[in-house]
Structure formats: structure tokens, C-alpha cells
Design a protein around this ligand. Structure first.
Ligand SMILES: [Fe+2]
Length: 351
């Protein structure tokens, strides 16, 4: 290959890579870059390179697992279809989305949030487009959406306004994620006190109670539960039991996936420890840091809820997010758990 060809190929590659960062705001500074990297690690996203796949769709990929693609940077929602045969009286459709991470700040927000927004938009540059695509698809299919948390990246007035625009437009069942209750993006900010402090403000952008909600559709009970801090509280467990004991087929929506050996191995292979799953057995938490054990270790009601969910014969499927990858694992031989990433819309037909 002669030097002219080499230079041409390099120029084309540089152009393609630069396309992946066209949405980076001009005011992102070096400090923000460092923060973005730090948050990226915490949110399980490799530094990545922009590539072009399919019909010009850009994704940010990394190679922690060869062949695995975490599509946090897709320039548009990618829709996948799934059918659940669980005994609905009449078939119905919904779209499962998760972890959109709207990361905006506006004139009503503090300056530090503008900086945070600049950093985070490098990681989630297409969040608004993905949400727009999901809304359009829901309108086209005349169906509702279930969002399993982290619709917003941090509590800013602008993020909440954008979330409300979405929930005003489409019928959206929401289960809270950990990012619904953070103003600093630090895990140290994830305390029950802060959750309670921000809950009223955040709740206003959503139609249903984002900590617990149930809706019956065509003889199927859809139950959305906030387990965003890796715990299920006693009052949530009681309400869950009430819903399950109605005897209808149940689909459960959570932010944090339940521990399964396969999910654990997959998560650790992708991101290392900790595994960011609910009810990880103590012996599997060896190697976790002290803070992670304190934050993620299951309390008694969480352990009880886990045992209850896996033994309830009418809990038919679980949908969740938090991991920023697409994955299916079996919690029991009868109970599939679908983890959905930031840019996938799962079009679920329930029969
Ligand atoms: Fe997330």
C-alpha cells in the first residue's frame, strides 16, 4: 500500500471517529473530561471508539467481552421484538426501555450542573433522540411504554422537564432507577435520606408512583418496583405479595437485575467487581470494596423478596436495566430476566 492510500484511509477513519463526538458541547473542559471518564467507569461504559454499523447507525463499542456491544451511544433507538406467551386474555404490546440518561441542564439549574451536563453528554449524546424514537414507535403501535429507570441522569430542572415532556406525550409506566435520585452522580449521594428528599420533586414528572405501581392489562398484572438501591423495602414486599396473590400472570419491572449465576458472570466479565445486581450472595461479594458491600448487600426484606419472587409460580418474566447491556438470563428454569440497554426498545407482545 503506498503512502497516499495510507493517508487517505487515516483521514477517513479520523472523520468517522470525529462523527461520534459531534454532540460534545464546546464548553466541555479538561476537568469535565476527567469527570466524564470517571462516571463512565462507574456507569459501566468503556471509553470506546465510535464506529459505523448497519445503515449508518453510530454506536460506541468497547471490547471488554469480544463481540459484546454496549450500545450506549447509538444515534437512534434500536428496536427488537419479543413475544411472551403467558396467558393474556387478549394479546397486547408494550415497549420496554431503560437507562436513557437524559443529561441536560438549563437556565434554572446551577452552574455545576451545566458542567456535569457537558461531561455526561459525551457519554449519552443521543439520549433525546432515543427517547423521541421510543415515543414515535409507541404512537405508531398505539401502545404504552415501560421504562425501568434512569430516564434522567441527575436531578436537574431541565432533565425533569424533558422527562415530563415524554410522559405527557406517551403512556409510560415508570420504575425508578438510582439516577432518578442523585444530584452529584456519586454513589455516596445514594442514601435513603436523599431519595426521600428528592422524591417529591422527581415524582412530579411521572404519572405513576415510581416506587411501586401495578396495572392489570388483559388479565396480566404489570408490577413496577423501585429496587434502585439494591433493596426491596418491607412495604414494597407487602404490596408485591398483594399483587402476586391476585393469581394473574405477573410481569415484574425493576431497575436492578436479580442475581443469577449467569448474570453475575456476565456482569463481572463486562465490568469487573462489583456486579451491580440485587441479592448477590455474600460469598460472591468477596473482592467487593467495603462501600459496595454496605450499599449492595441485601437486607432481610430484600432476601425475603428475592425468595418470594423466584418461588411465585405466576411471576412469568422480569424486565430490568441498570447494566447498560442487552442480556437474557434465567432466574429459574421458568423465569426469564431481560436486561435492556440504553438505546434498545424491546417491543414486547404479550399473549
Ligand atoms: Fe443507568
Amino acid at each position: 500500500m503506498n503512502i497516499v492510500w495510507k493517508r487517505t484511509i487515516c483521514a477517513v477513519l479520523a472523520l468517522l471517529i470525529s462523527l461520534g463526538s459531534v454532540c460534545v458541547p464546546a464548553y466541555a473542559d479538561a476537568a469535565s473530561d476527567e469527570a466524564a471518564e470517571e462516571f463512565a467507569v462507574r456507569d459501566g461504559i468503556g471509553a470506546g471508539v465510535a464506529v459505523i454499523v448497519g445503515c449508518g447507525v453510530q454506536r460506541v463499542c468497547d471490547s471488554l467481552i469480544p463481540g459484546m456491544e454496549k450500545s450506549t451511544g447509538a444515534a437512534a433507538a434500536v428496536f427488537e421484538e419479543l413475544t411472551l406467551d403467558i396467558g393474556a386474555e387478549e394479546p397486547f404490546v408494550f415497549i420496554h426501555a431503560s437507562d436513557t440518561h437524559i443529561c441536560r441542564a438549563g437556565p434554572g439549574d446551577e452552574y455545576r450542573m451545566m458542567k456535569m451536563s457537558a461531561s455526561r453528554r459525551r457519554i449519552f449524546p443521543y439520549c433525546m433522540q432515543v427517547l423521541e424514537d421510543v415515543a414515535k414507535k409507541a404512537e405508531e403501535l398505539q401502545c404504552f411504554v415501560v421504562h425501568t429507570g434512569d430516564m434522567i441522569d441527575f436531578v436537574s430542572e431541565e432533565n425533569l422537564a424533558q422527562a415530563q415532556r415524554f410522559t405527557d406525550r406517551v403512556d409510560c409506566i415508570m420504575a425508578a432507577g438510582n439516577h432518578e435520585f442523585t444530584k452529584t452522580l456519586s454513589e455516596k449521594d445514594e442514601t435513603p435520606e436523599n431519595k426521600n428528599a428528592y422524591l417529591e420533586q422527581v415524582q412530579r414528572s411521572f404519572r405513576n408512583d415510581i416506587r411501586f405501581y401495578a396495572r392489570q392489562v388483559n388479565g396480566v398484572n404489570l408490577v413496577a418496583l423501585d429496587n434502585s438501591y439494591y433493596q426491596i423495602e418491607p412495604w414494597q414486599l407487602e404490596k408485591l405479595k398483594e399483587e402476586v396473590e391476585r393469581g394473574l400472570p405477573v410481569i415484574l419491572f425493576l431497575h436492578v437485575p436479580l442475581y443469577t449465576p449467569e448474570e453475575y458472570d456476565y456482569a463481572v466479565a463486562a465490568f469487573g467487581l462489583p456486579a451491580w445486581l440485587m441479592n448477590v450472595p455474600e460469598k460472591k461479594m468477596e473482592g467487593y470494596g467495603e462501600d459496595a458491600i454496605l450499599h449492595q448487600g441485601a437486607d432481610e426484606s430484600t432476601k425475603e423478596a428475592y425468595d418470594y419472587i423466584v418461588s411465585a409460580p405466576n411471576v412469568m418474566a422480569i424486565f430490568c436495566g441498570h447494566m447498560h447491556y442487552n442480556h437474557l438470563s434465567m432466574v429459574t428454569p421458568q423465569l426469564p430476566q431481560y436486561v435492556t440497554d440504553c438505546t434498545t426498545g424491546r417491543i414486547v407482545t404479550v399473549r
